[in-house]
Design a protein around this ligand. Structure first.
Ligand code: FAD
Length: 340
């Protein structure tokens, strides 16, 4: 590659960075998950792990970043950085990367991360692998091996970025595991100043939260999920009742979401959320590889399906063959009885 075009030279690049995404002043869980993964990479490379925290009045989060594994925090505080906006965040990351030269930058594949990561990669002229499910270091070359599903989830591709630095990857929430926090850990804070000449063409006037109950599938312990086999939106009403008695949340396959029976924020799978439930109950879901990609790390999978040969039955710990409309009401009554 033309050396002129390289943002950070390979020889100079050192350290693993995690973008500590914050919303309303609070660092999101994804940052702690990335720190958990980043600390393994940093250890394998024998380098420091750093978090990049930007915002306004966000210094209260620094201790958490150290507790979850950061050795260093690059900290930028300015009113312009209060809420995420593309231009100031991209410019600040660009400046920090060019000045401090990390070899790896990890960003959450959240709505914010999906906006920020490609812009930063473009600015610093490096590559970006989105939605990685595994990150390891090649012991021979020290390149970051970035693995992600490809070709509709039919194969896993391992991607490298051998000619430019930093090596940038995004990871979805729930894919990596955070470490147990250790509040005895501290580290170095490097305070950088915001460049007031940054051209910002957007103003956040108001943040309007989507109406309706928030769904936190990534952290749910019990999930009851519905697919095309539910036959219509009314099927999700039965699932809601079951979720209520089980103390769980409702999820869905893409087929159910695409049919308009439930909103996309409930989707589990390759293009939805990745979950690690203690109990995952799949109702009327066939078990396509793209769905399994998001739920197969659940501890106990129960499948309710009319078809005993549905692929979901192969990964289920318990398979119940039959119509969910008959089975779920029985299950709800039984749980109510046990709980009474
Ligand atoms: P179907 O495959 O149609 O299965 C319905 C099941 O319901 C069948 O097994 C049937 O036996 C059973 N059934 C029918 N009636 C009843 C009843 N009354 N009681 C009990 N069981 C019944 N899919 C995802 O889920 N998440 C993703 O993130 C995702 N990403 C994708 C990304 C790409 C690039 C592509 C190409 C596809 C993706 N898909 C995803 C789609 C995926 O390939 C499947 O099409 C989808 O998961 C099928 O959903 P389903 O299991 O609900 O429907």
């Amino acid at each position: 590659m033309d050396n002129e075009k390289v943002g950070v030279s390979i020889q100079d690049a050192k350290g693993v960075w995690v973008f500590a995404e914050q919303r309303e002043g609070k660092v999101m869980n994804i940052a702690f998950e990335l720190l958990g993964e980043g600390s393994k990479l940093a250890k394998d490379l024998g380098v420091e792990l750093s978090a990049v925290l930007m915002g306004d009045n966000v210094d209260g989060n620094i201790k958490d970043l150290f507790a979850y594994g950061a050795d260093k925090v690059y900290f930028v505080e300015n009113a312009e950085l209060k809420d995420y906006r593309t231009e100031p965040y991209t410019e600040m990351m660009n400046q920090l990367i060019k000045e401090y030269k990390p070899q790896i930058v990890l960003i959450g594949a959240t709505n914010i991360g999906r906006d920020l990561a490609p812009r930063v990669a473009g600015r610093v002229r490096t590559g970006l692998t989105a939605d990685c499910t595994q990150l390891t270091i090649d012991p021979e070359t020290t390149n970051l091996l970035q693995t992600r599903p490809a070709f509709g989830g039919n194969l896993m591709a391992t991607i490298i970025c051998p000619e430019s630095r930093p090596q940038m990857a995004t990871v979805r929430s729930g894919v990596m595991k955070k470490k147990e926090p250790d509040y005895n850990r501290t580290g170095e804070v490097i305070t950088a100043s915001y460049d007031k000449s940054t051209k910002v063409r957007t103003v956040v006037k108001e943040i309007v939260k989507e109406a309706g109950r928030a769904v936190n599938l990534e952290e749910a312990k019990i999930i009851i999920s519905g697919g095309r086999g539910l036959g219509g939106p009314e099927g999700f009403e039965i699932l809601e009742k079951a979720a209520e008695v089980l103390g769980g949340v409702v999820a869905a396959s893409r087929a159910a979401v695409d049919s308009g029976w439930i909103s996309a924020k409930h989707q589990v799978g390759q293009t939805g959320k990745t979950v690690h439930a203690k109990i995952y109950i799949a109702c009327g879901i066939s078990g396509a590889i793209q769905h399994l990609a998001g739920m197969q790390n659940s501890e106990l999978v129960i499948a309710i399906n009319k078809n005993p040969a549905a692929p979901i039955m192969q990964i289920a710990d318990y398979g119940i063959v039959g119509d969910y409309k008959n089975i779920l009401p029985l299950l709800i009554e039984e749980i109510k009885y046990v709980n009474s």
